[in-house]
Ligand binder design. Structure first.
Ligand SMILES: [Zn+2]
Length: 423
């Protein structure tokens, strides 16, 4: 059980209503606005707040039984979600990972069936962990720019198709030697030292805070990265390492622009190269591996997309991931044009063209269903984007504005021009 009252205290119904499109007149006991919940709202006083702004009522077109309620009912109607999701949304807004409170049912001794508890809002690694991760990632970023990382930079450019704009946007780094850090520095008690392996450093960032750190290691003589930076021995052949107790989060989410289509790819490298070639066509994210599932915060972000295309590697693990995603709302699952998207690019594939066709397909499909006049503006937005994906209009129009809270906590992408495929 969440403490529903505690969340209600912290989240303003008025703020949410405004975010949904309400424009209030007056700040008295019962401010009114056009109704943000029903289509074609033109009466400027249809929607009222009452009970000290804790409840709302629509006096005009919202149907009986759906025209009155509290914070959670408002979110349910606004976001078209169930109660559980509405609570998770508000809990997230309250800015705290809420701990379970006492259940109001306890002690009653009844035989009522209890609803399963809402999914917890994840809180990420501890504060010290994040600070130490920040220090390590900042260090590695500086190293990547330095004299000692020429080969690592060549690897990123030649094998991964990633250049300075991507290094900056995703905070990539280079760690030149194995480090063994005291667990206490990461807020962890006891256990083995924290191993920070030599390799390419990739942080998983959520709202500018580091939740996990992956290091792509030169793991054997024949390894692709080792061809560039050399293999220095070592017992563990794993390709990826990094400090333990990191928490998975949707990679790339801080760079989302709120485009209509989200492309979910399997790994960070695929996400970064797709972002390079197609970030004005689709938003691009990755859960970092084929078997990671989205957490409650990721799901809230996914809710903002009209269409999600999940593409995972053409192998057994990828097949399992496809099975999971096929059961999710608004998700289409597809196979990549090669083993993975980086391979496709490496072999000369037109990655931008592939993303553009995919986005156009999804937008065409979405537009078929979008006939209600209530969605005229949405329709126009999607038609514009479709024309852009088809190459019918130029790319200079895509300076999008981040809408805090609506899609996520996006920072606008600020890197250089997106490379166009060679003719
Ligand atoms: Zn209404």
């Amino acid at each position: 059980m969440y403490d529903l009252e505690a969340i209600r205290e912290r989240v303003s119904l008025r703020d949410l209503a405004e975010e949904a499109g309400a424009v209030f007149k007056g700040s008295g006991a019962s401010p009114s606005s056009r109704c943000p919940l029903h289509a074609g709202s033109d009466n400027p006083t249809a929607f009222h707040l009452y009970d000290n702004g804790r409840r709302w009522h629509c006096f005009t077109k919202c149907a009986d039984g759906e025209n009155d309620g509290d914070l959670y009912l408002f979110v349910q109607r606004w976001k078209q979600v169930d109660f559980k999701t509405a609570v998770a949304f508000c809990a997230e807004r309250a800015g705290v990972a809420l701990t379970p409170g006492p259940s109001p049912d306890s002690g009653r001794g009844g035989k009522e069936k209890k609803a399963p508890p809402p999914e917890p809002v994840p809180s990420g690694p501890n504060e010290l962990w994040r600070q130490r991760a920040e220090e390590f990632v900042s260090y590695a970023q500086k190293e990547l720019a330095g004299d000692g990382a020429r080969e690592a930079r060549q690897y990123l450019m030649a094998e991964r198709g990633l250049f300075e704009a991507e290094w900056d946007a995703f905070r990539l780094g280079w760690n030149g030697r194995d480090w063994f850090d005291a667990p206490g520095k990461w807020g962890l008690e006891g256990g083995n030292k924290i191993w920070l392996p030599r390799g390419v450093v990739i942080p998983g960032v959520r709202r500018r805070s580091i939740w996990y750190v992956k290091v792509r290691r030169p793991c054997s003589e024949g390894d692709g990265l080792a061809q560039y930076v050399g293999f220095q021995g070592g017992q563990i052949p794993a390709k990826f390492g990094g400090p333990r107790e990191g928490v998975a989060t949707l990679f790339g989410a801080d760079l989302f622009l709120g485009l209509p289509v989200l492309l979910l790819v399997e790994g960070e490298f695929d996400a970064m190269i797709t972002w390079r070639f197609g970030r004005d066509l689709v938003d691009v994210g990755s859960l970092g591996s084929s078997n990671t599932k989205p957490d409650a915060l990721d799901k809230l972000l996914l809710m903002g997309y009209a269409a999600i295309v999940q593409v995972s590697d053409d192998d057994e693990a990828g097949e399992k991931a496809r099975e999971f995603w096929q059961g999710q709302a608004r998700v289409t699952t597809i196979k990549p044009p090669d083993h993975d998207l980086t391979d496709y690019w490496r072999k000369g594939g037109d990655l931008r063209g592939w993303v553009a066709r995919l986005a156009a397909q999804e937008l065409e499909r979405l537009l078929v269903g979008l006939v209600s006049p209530a969605f005229r503006e949405k329709r126009r937005e999607w038609e514009m984007q479709l024309a852009f994906c088809r190459g019918e209009v130029g790319s200079t129009t895509t300076t999008r504005r981040a809408v805090p809270g609506q899609v996520g906590w996006m920072l606008g992408s600020s890197s250089g021009p997106i490379p166009q495929p060679l003719p």
